[in-house]
Design a protein around this ligand. Structure first.
Ligand SMILES: Cc1cc2nc3c(=O)[nH]c(=O)nc-3n(C[C@H](O)[C@H](O)[C@H](O)COP(=O)(O)O)c2cc1C
Length: 456
């Protein structure tokens, strides 16, 4: 069998993910493997027609394409995203059509599900026969149990290809909003007062509807409101995954990204992020923006912001994208609102945009940030444990931040609860005591609230 590996690590061969591929190669030597470093080589692939043709030639000859990538911010890295964009922009879907596909990722399991949902949908759009994914923790290969599991996945996947199993498409083709937005009513004025608004867009001249939406928002706000196009910011490349920033938050790039982040975004109270759907996510320019914010490690660099996502395109058919954006905001300690152009008419969109401007400002004035949901509660525990433990050496800046901000909130430090447990749990071995405690559990649960309600 001819297996083509699409390597999605910006690190090329020196990649954790590629160690997993190397393991499979050793365990199943009867197959032929070819690895294409499409993320690492993205510039060449984009600019050199011969390199592009070679890649398509390899894909055409594959019996199985393995999408092998590290997780980057709820998805794949911006370079891999760009490769996927090129496939659609250059109408090269036929090179993939009808071929079996599987996906392999390495990560610390923070939003691996959104990344795999994305790749699955891309495979469906390319007409590939998607067989499933394997989401490995970075260090799984060091465990015998996990190595066995991984071999089982590979073996079952190879068998499925050899037996030519039928595969069902799961993601319906996207239906796009048909008419580009042209406002029909006067924008309602919103005075920003002391609040600063930044509208960040990746409009590239091909999305008039998106430009109309950001233009309207800009006219909505009177006061400190600035429109910035990501294409005008000096960002010279995607995150390289080198993690050198982990020591003291200094990025190896010497371009304008960090200054832009610190001088434009950090002082803002409201950030409106405007973009159009490209394949099944936003553009790779937006992805690059998110990836490069990794110089802040796993700390909430934009904490406390009101964030308005203004999206042109079928966001409501892309649950993984909505989830990724919501989870990004939640983990960052921000409050997110959404408006898309999936509306029956321009009048509705006028009203939605006007209302977004008002509601973002009201929330900024009151300082409202919603309580965390599972996205951030779970995310915090993953990061807390990793930064305290196996990632501490590489992410020393994170460690200092987490310690200074009381984020190492392990239950072991909750001495009151530990004392209560140590005292009361042995007592529950006494049948009479146990009966009384459990019969009255409902009341025990609400008792702590009584003084709060009394004083409210
Ligand atoms: C910019 C950046 C973003 C990342 N985002 C995530 C993430 O969202 N979820 C996760 O679990 N791991 C994330 N990681 C960790 C990588 O997925 C993990 O280290 C991976 O094993 C690296 O694989 P590679 O060496 O093949 O590039 C991120 C790492 C970097 C550098």
């Amino acid at each position: 069998m001819n297996i083509v590996v699409l390597n999605g690590s910006p690190k090329g061969d020196i990649s954790v993910t590629m160690q997993y591929v190397a393991y499979i190669r050793k365990k199943f030597p009867e197959h032929h493997y070819e690895t294409l470093n499409v993320a690492h080589e993205i510039r060449k692939i984009e600019n050199d027609p011969a390199a592009w043709d070679n890649i398509l030639g390899s894909i055409r000859s594959a019996d199985l394409v393995l999408w092998a990538f590290p997780l980057y911010y709820f998805l794949v890295c911006s370079q891999y995203k760009r490769f996927i964009e090129l496939v659609f922009e250059r109408k090269a879907e036929d090179a993939f059509n009808g071929t079996y596909a599987a996906a392999l990722s390495t990560s610390i399991h923070f939003f691996d599900q959104t990344a795999h949902a994305y790749i699955h949908a891309i495979c469906d759009d390319l007409g590939m026969k998607y067989l499933g994914f394997y989401s490995a923790d970075m260090q799984d290969l060091l465990s015998e149990v996990e190595r066995k599991r991984f071999e089982q996945f590979a073996s079952l996947t190879f068998t499925a290809v050899q037996e030519k199993v039928p595969v069902q498409r799961e993601h319906a083709p996207l239906a796009w909003p048909t008419t580009p937005y042209v406002p029909v009513t006067q924008p309602g004025p919103v005075t920003t007062g002391t609040k600063k608004v930044v509208i960040l867009t990746d409009a590239d001249g091909r999305t008039p509807g998106l430009t109309a939406m950001t233009d309207r928002l800009l006219t909505n706000f009177s006061g400190s409101a600035e429109l910035i196009n990501l294409h005008d910011v000096d960002i010279r490349g995607g995150c390289l995954g080198c993690c050198q920033c982990g020591f003291d938050n200094t990025c190896v790039y010497n371009d304008g990204y960090v200054d832009f982040y610190n001088n434009k975004l950090v002082p803002a109270d409201i950030i409106i992020m405007a973009g159009s759907v490209h394949d099944r996510y936003l553009s790779s320019a937006w992805k690059r923006f998110f990836d490069r914010s990794f110089f802040k490690g796993h700390t909430p660099g934009l904490k406390g912001k009101q964030v308005g996502f203004v999206i042109s395109g079928p966001l409501h058919q892309l649950p993984h994208l909505k989830e990724a954006l919501l989870a990004w905001a939640d983990n960052g300690g921000c409050h997110a609102r959404f408006v898309t152009d999936e509306v029956p008419g321009a009048k509705e969109l006028d009203a939605l945009l006007d209302s977004m401007a008002v509601r973002l400002l009201q929330a900024a004035e009151s300082g409202y940030i919603p309580p965390h949901t599972f996205y951030a509660v779970g995310g915090h525990k993953i990061f807390r444990d990793s930064i305290y433990g196996r990632m501490k050496l590489a992410f020393q800046a994170d460690y200092r931040y987490y310690r200074a901000h009381g984020m190492f909130d392990f239950p072991q430090a909750d001495f009151k609860t530990r004392f209560q447990n140590a005292f009361l749990i042995p007592l529950t071995r006494i049948p009479g005591f146990r009966k009384k405690v459990f019969a009255d559990l409902k009341h025990h649960m609400i008792k702590p609230f009584q003084p709060v309600l009394k004083d409210a």
